[in-house]
Design a binder for this molecule. Structure first.
Ligand SMILES: [Zn+2]
Length: 269
């Protein structure tokens, strides 16, 4: 049965290579199909042998075959990260073992695709401080659309999820904007969490925001402590929300029941 994890890794590597194209071209509003992959420095088209995810980077020693300039380390890193993400989904988030129907397989595929898309979304937010509508609007439309299929999530689950995920961030953003007198929350973050809420329901959406805010605060405090930034510094929230979604979806149930057990013991003893 080790064939499936190997397939997951290979699939992740190829998908990661495609994510690299999205990360470079979508913020610049360039076509993702044309021109074919080329070196960003010397513009030489990349031969198929030099375009194999991860492997070609190692084969070329991290340098462009024609101009010998270094290839950004982010390319192989994104490919490796996507492969690891695909493996983690296979291992920690398998399709439910209950009788699989075409509805549950559809919902599962869309949820898994969303988890993987968090990688290019986070990279673009880190670099450009924006989560393009090109990602969030189709995801939100598809996520809301599958609620109309029979089975889970139901229409009501999706509605609560959209309100819980998107609505909470909208409210936090509105309060933040009043207090800070500047835009405190990006519209992309709100749409991202509305989509997560539509796909997984309100509980997972709220846990995602909680985890995302915790990780983001720790990161912010560490950055301030090493004096690289002050409180005026802009920190993109997307990557933290994305990490929060991953933790909530893969481990939310376990973490929540462990927490409730712990709280029970405190109350009892
Ligand atoms: Zn080159």
């Amino acid at each position: 049965m080790f064939i499936i994890p190997v397939m997951a890794v290979l699939y992740g590597l190829i998908l990661g290579s495609f994510f690299n194209v999205l990360i470079c071209r979508i913020p610049e509003k360039k076509s993702i199909l044309r021109p074919a992959s080329h070196c960003p420095k010397c513009k030489t088209p990349i031969k198929p042998l030099h375009n194999i995810p991860l492997f070609s980077y190692l084969l070329l020693g991290g340098k462009c075959h024609s101009c010998k300039q270094p290839i950004a380390i982010t390319y192989p890193l994104i490919e490796a990260l996507t492969a690891a993400a695909a493996l983690a989904i296979w291992y920690f988030y398998p399709p439910s073992p209950h009788p699989l129907s075409w509805q549950s397989i559809t919902v599962y595929s869309i949820r898994a695709a969303f988890l993987l898309l968090i990688i290019p979304i986070s990279m673009i937010d880190l670099r450009h401080y924006i989560i393009p509508d090109l990602f969030t609007l189709p995801i939100l439309a598809i996520a809301a659309g599958i609620a109309f299929l029979p089975g889970n999530p139901t229409l009501l689950d999706a509605l609560y999820g959209i309100l819980g995920g998107g609505g909470l961030l909208l409210a936090i953003g509105a309060i933040g904007s009043l207090l800070l007198k500047k835009d405190a929350m990006g519209g992309g973050d709100i749409k991202l969490m509305a989509a997560a809420g539509a796909l997984w329901g309100a509980q997972t959406a709220l846990l995602s925001i909680l985890f995302g805010a915790l990780i983001g605060s720790v990161y912010g405090v560490i950055l301030m402590a090493i004096k690289k930034i002050n409180s005026e510094h802009q920190i993109p929230f997307g990557p933290f929300l994305g990490a929060g979604i991953w933790i909530a979806v893969l481990f939310g149930e376990k973490l929540l029941s462990a927490y409730l057990q712990f709280a029970d013991r405190l109350a009892g003893g």
